[in-house]
Design a protein around this ligand. Structure first.
Ligand code: ADP
Length: 470
C-alpha cells in the first residue's frame, strides 16, 4: 500500500474515532440534562399531587373522620384530570399496597410499589411498548392513613430526540469524513512528494546514473533528508570516479609494464638463442653476451625501482630532523667522483634543517640529478641548489638539456612514461624514477615542481617543511 494512502487511512480512522467518541459524549450529555429536567418535573408533579391530595382529603366531608377507600378513589379521579395538558397517569394504593385507584394505561406491576417507603420520594425510568416513562413513588399521610401515590410521566420524546441526534450526527460525520478525506488525500500527496523524488533519484542511481540528484522541495526534515542524500550521492560519485581512474591507471600500468618487460626479454632471448644455436666468433660472442648483460641489468634496475615504489606506497615514514648540509655533502661526494657522466656540477645552498627521511630524500635527489644528466650533453652544467623559503626549504636541480614540452610535464611522473623512449632506454631508464620520487614526496606531504623550456633546460624541485629546533 502506498505511503500516502497509509497516512490517509490513519487520519480517517483517527478522525472517525475522535468524531464518534466526542459526538456520542455530547449527545449523551444533552440527553442526560434533558432527563434530569424531566425527572425533576416528575418529582415536582408528585409533590404537587401529594399536596393536592392532602388538601382534597381535608375538604371532602366525611361521616367517620377517616378517609374511606371510595373517597380516595374520587380524589384520584379529580387529580387525574386536573393536569393542564391531557390526563395524568397515577395510581393510589392503600397501606397494604393494594391499588385503590389507577388511571387507564397505568398497568405497571406492583414491584416498584414495594420499594416505596414513608421517608423518601423515589423514581425510576422504564420502557413500555416503545414508550419511555419516569415513574415516581411517594407516601401520603392523611387522616391517619398512609396512601401510596405513583405517577408516570411520558419521556419518550427525550429518547426520540437522542436517537434523532445520533442519526443526524452520523450523517454529518460521514459528509465531514468524506470531505476531509479528499483534502487529506491531496495533502498526503503533497507531503509525500519528497519521498517520490528521492525514490526516483535512488532508482536512477541504481541504474548507473550517478550524476542524477533529487530535487529539494521543502525545508523540513524531508528537505534535510534530500540534502543529505544528495551529499551522499556526491561523495559516491567522487569515489566511483576515483576508483575508475585508479582502475584505468592500473590497466595502463600493467600494459606499460608488460611492454617494458617485453623489449629486454626479446633481446635476451634472441641473443641467448644465437649463442646456443651456433658457434660464434669471439667478437660476436662477446657482443651477444654484452647485450644479454646490459638488458639483464636494465631488468634488474626496473625490478628494484618497482619494489621501491611498492614499498614506499604502502609504507609510512618516520620524519626526522635532517641537516641539509648532509644531503648536499652526500650528493657532492657521489657526483663529483662520477667521471662517467662527465658533467659540470655546481652546488649552491643555504644552510637549514628539514623534516624528512634521509635515505628516501637521497633517492629523490639522485633521481633528479640522474635525469638532468640524461637530458644534457656531456660537459653541460648541472646546478644542485637549496634555498630557504617561507615555512620550509626548497631543493632544485637545474639542467641546460633538452627540456620538457608543457604537454609532457604531467605525464612524466606516471610509471613507465618516457618522453623519448629510445634515448631513455639507451641510458638504462624505464620511466619509473619520477613516479618513485612522487610517491616518496607524497609521504613527506610534498610534490614535484617542474619548470622547463624545450631546448633550454629544466628546473625540477620540491619543498620540505622546516624542522623547528627544540
Ligand atoms: P627514466 O627512468 O626514464 O629517467 P623518469 O621517471 O625519471 O624515468 O623520467 C621520465 C621521463 O621524463 C624521462 O624518460 C625523460 O624523458 C623525462 N625527463 C625527466 N627528467 C627530465 C629532465 N631533467 N629533462 C628532460 N626530460 C626529463
Amino acid at each position: 500500500m502506498k505511503f500516502s494512502y497509509k497516512i490517509l487511512l490513519c487520519t480517517i480512522m483517527t478522525m472517525a474515532l475522535a468524531f464518534g467518541v466526542s459526538g456520542y459524549l455530547f449527545i449523551n450529555y444533552v440527553f442526560q440534562n434533558s432527563m434530569e429536567r424531566e425527572v425533576g418535573q416528575a418529582m415536582n408533579e408528585s409533590s404537587i399531587l401529594q399536596f393536592a391530595f392532602e388538601t382534597a382529603a381535608l375538604n371532602i366531608p366525611s361521616k367517620y373522620e377517616v378517609l374511606q377507600n371510595g373517597t380516595i378513589e374520587q380524589i384520584g379521579v379529580k387529580l387525574e384530570s386536573s393536569g393542564g395538558e391531557g390526563r395524568r397517569l397515577l395510581r393510589l394504593s392503600d397501606e397494604n399496597r393494594v391499588p385503590l385507584y389507577a388511571s387507564d394505561g397505568f398497568v405497571e406491576a406492583t414491584d416498584f410499589l414495594e420499594q416505596i417507603d414513608a421517608k423518601t420520594r423515589i423514581y425510576r425510568v422504564i420502557q413500555r411498548e416503545n414508550r419511555y416513562y419516569v415513574q415516581t413513588g411517594a407516601v401520603i399521610t392523611s387522616l391517619d392513613r398512609a396512601i401510596y401515590l405513583e405517577t408516570m410521566k411520558d419521556v419518550t420524546e427525550v429518547f426520540a430526540e437522542r436517537t434523532g441526534g445520533f442519526s443526524v450526527y452520523r450523517r454529518m460525520m460521514i459528509v465531514v469524513l468524506l470531505v476531509s478525506s479528499l483534502i487529506m488525500l491531496l495533502l498526503a500527496h503533497l507531503l509525500t512528494r519528497p519521498i517520490r523524488l528521492l525514490t526516483r533519484a535512488t532508482r536512477k542511481m541504481a541504474r548507473g546514473d550517478y550524476s542524477y540528484r533529487a530535487k529539494q522541495v521543502s525545508n523540513d526534515e524531508m528537505g534535510q533528508l534530500t540534502k543529505d542524500f544528495n551529499r551522499m550521492a556526491n561523495v559516491l560519485e567522487d569515489t566511483i570516479r576515483k576508483l575508475e581512474e585508479e582502475v584505468q591507471a592500473r590497466e595502463e600500468f600493467i600494459a606499460a609494464f608488460s611492454h617494458e618487460l617485453k623489449t629486454p626479454l626479446t633481446a635476451i632471448i634472441g641473443y641467448a638463442d644465437l649463442l646456443r644455436s651456433r658457434k660464434l666468433d669471439e667478437e660476436k660472442g662477446f657482443l651477444s653476451a654484452n647485450y644479454i648483460y646490459t638488458e639483464g641489468k636494465r631488468l634488474e634496475s626496473m625490478a628494484f625501482r618497482l619494489l621501491d615504489m611498492t614499498v614506499t606506497r604502502h609504507g609510512e615514514v618516520d620524519l626526522q630532523t635532517i641537516d641539509v648540509e648532509n644531503l648536499f655533502c652526500y650528493l657532492k661526494e657521489l657526483h663529483e667522483a662520477d667521471h662517467e657522466n662527465d658533467m659540470c656540477f655546481r652546488f649552491d645552498y643555504q644552510s637549514g634543517k628539514v623534516l624528512g627521511e634521509a635515505d628516501l630524500l637521497k633517492t629523490v635527489l639522485n633521481n633528479l640529478v640522474d635525469n638532468a644528466c640524461k637530458a644534457s650533453e656531456a660537459g653541460s652544467e648541472i646546478e644542485i641548489l637549496g634555498e630557504k623559503v617561507e615555512g620550509g626549504y626548497r631543493f632544485v636541480v637545474r639542467d641546460h638539456g633538452v627540456g620538457i614540452a608543457p604537454e609532457e610535464r604531467k605525464k612524466i611522473t606516471q610509471a613507465f612514461y618516457m618522453v623519448d623512449k629510445s634515448r631513455s632506454r639507451s641510458r638504462n631508464g624505464a620511466g619509473l624514477g619520477l613516479a618513485l620520487c612522487t610517491e616518496i614526496l607524497k609521504l613527506h606531504g610534498s610534490e614535484l615542481e617542474i619548470e622547463s623550456t624545450v631546448g633550454e633546460g629544466s628546473c625540477i624541485g620540491f619543498r620540505l617543511a622546516e624542522a623547528i629546533d627544540e
